[in-house]
Design a protein around this ligand. Structure first.
Ligand code: FES
Length: 185
C-alpha cells in the first residue's frame, strides 16, 4: 500500500558528495577543461560546459576550474552565484517547475509553489536530500490558458491545484516501487 501521508517525503539535510563522487566530478571537470585554453575570459563558457556535464557546479569542480584558469577561487564562486543559470546543488531525478509568469501568477502560481515547498521541504532552486526532486520556478511556458501551470520532467500540466501536489508525488512513488519490484534480485 503506498504511503499517502502528508509528511514531507524527505528531510532538507545538506547534500554531501562522497569521496568517490567528488573524484568522479573532478575527473569529468578535467575532461571538459582540456577543450579550453587557460584564459580567464573562458571562465563563463567553461562553467557552462562543466554544468552541462555534471548537471550543477559542485565545489570540487569550481576548484578544478580555478586552478586550471589561474583564477582565484572566490572569483569563480562569485561568477557562479552572480548568474542564475548556474546551479550549486545537484539536480534531482525529477524536475518540478512552477510557472510564475503573469497569467500563472494571477491564478495562484505562488500558492502552488508554497505547496511544493512545504511538501518537499526545500526552497526554490534546491534539491531534496534524497536527490529525487528539484524545485524551481520558470517564466511563461506558453500555455497561459491553462494557468496555473507546473512543468514536471519537462511536461507541462495545466490548471494545477495545490492539492494535486500529493497526487503527483504519489504517482512518482508508485512508479519507483513498481520499478524496484521488477528489478531481479
Ligand atoms: S504565464 Fe504560465 S504559462 Fe504563461
Amino acid at each position: 500500500m503506498p504511503d499517502t501521508s502528508t509528511e514531507p517525503p524527505v528531510s532538507n539535510a545538506k547534500i554531501v558528495n562522497t569521496p568517490e563522487e567528488q573524484e568522479d566530478n573532478r575527473r569529468r571537470t578535467r575532461k571538459v577543461l582540456k577543450k579550453f585554453n587557460r584564459k580567464r575570459e573562458n571562465l563563463v563558457p567553461v562553467l557552462q560546459q562543466v554544468q552541462d556535464e555534471l548537471g550543477y557546479l559542485p565545489r570540487e569542480a569550481m576548484l578544478e576550474v580555478a586552478e586550471y584558469l589561474k583564477v582565484p577561487e572566490v572569483d569563480v564562486y562569485g561568477v557562479v552565484t552572480f548568474y542564475n543559470q548556474f546551479r550549486l546543488k545537484p539536480p534531482g531525478k525529477h524536475s518540478i517547475r512552477v510557472c510564475l509568469g503573469t497569467a500563472c501568477h494571477m491564478k495562484g502560481g505562488y500558492i502552488l509553489l508554497d505547496a511544493w515547498k512545504r511538501r518537499l521541504g526545500v526552497d526554490r532552486g534546491e534539491t531534496t536530500a534524497d536527490r529525487e526532486y528539484d524545485l524551481d520556478t520558470v517564466a511563461c511556458v506558453g500555455c497561459c490558458a491553462m494557468a496555473p501551470v507546473n512543468v514536471i520532467d519537462k511536461k507541462a500540466e495545466g490548471r494545477v491545484s495545490p492539492t494535486r501536489v500529493d497526487g503527483i508525488l504519489l504517482a512518482f512513488k508508485m512508479e519507483k516501487e513498481k520499478k524496484a519490484k521488477e528489478k531481479p534480485d
